[in-house]
Design a protein around this ligand. Structure first.
Ligand SMILES: [Fe+2]
Ligand SMILES: [Fe+2]
Length: 209
């Protein structure tokens, strides 16, 4: 079974239970929020351009919107981003930093200046995440529709498609990153996605007992 099939199996269980579903939405919200924070914390200052500002703003909006959806399906619950309100809390909290570490480790092998490395890391980390977002959200929307859950992540899907296109263009402009590096970034991300899903599956067994 590939990673997306395991994810789909997890999703089918998630949407069938409103408490778990709210937790899942809160988890996605957290990951989007961390994504936007990470962009701003690494790319701020004189060189930040319109694309990066837009990207950070949209990831922040995704965090807000997913939090709002978690309150829509489970009104009046109080959830912060502490582990008890997240699914697969450890993997969710470590996902972005582990991706960052893996890609920075890979970039050490290449002959780039420090500022080039910083920008290359941003491009490759984001590339890995956007590839994932472009399969994750459409699959989640499909499971929502099949189960007649009346919430929509279509506005996120549209923006994530734009992000991947922008990353591909930015990588092309940057010019120092070959297809092989992109593939390695994707492989690192894929392993993290597998770990995330395995933890989520274990959490689901525990929560549904
Ligand atoms: Fe996003
Ligand atoms: Fe994105």
């Amino acid at each position: 079974m590939d990673a997306l099939q395991i994810f789909q199996e997890n999703l089918n269980q998630i949407v069938a239970n409103v408490n778990i579903h709210a937790k899942f939405l809160n988890t996605l919200s957290y990951m989007e929020h961390i994504g936007s924070y990470k962009i701003i914390s690494t790319q701020h200052g004189e060189t930040i351009d319109e694309m990066i500002l837009k990207h950070a703003a949209e990831e922040a909006r995704h965090g807000y919107y997913l939090k709002k959806l978690s309150h829509k399906i489970l009104p009046n619950h109080n959830s912060d981003y502490s582990p008890s309100f997240l699914l697969a809390p450890i993997a969710s909290k470590q996902y972005l930093s582990r991706l960052d570490i893996g890609i920075n480790r890979m970039l050490k092998k290449f002959n780039l200046t420090n500022s080039e490395k910083k920008f290359a890391a941003y491009l490759l980390v984001t590339y890995g995440i956007e590839q994932r977002a472009d399969s994750l959200y459409p699959l989640y929307q499909k499971v929502l529709d099949e189960n007649q859950v009346k919430i929509s992540v279509k506005s996120i899907i549209t923006e994530e498609v734009g992000h991947l296109q922008e990353m591909n263009k930015a990588l092309e402009r940057f010019g120092k990153i070959s297809e092989d590096w992109k593939q390695i970034a994707q492989n690192i991300e894929n392993q993290l996605f597998i770990d995330w899903n395995e933890q989520m599956a274990r959490d689901l067994i525990r929560l549904l007992k």
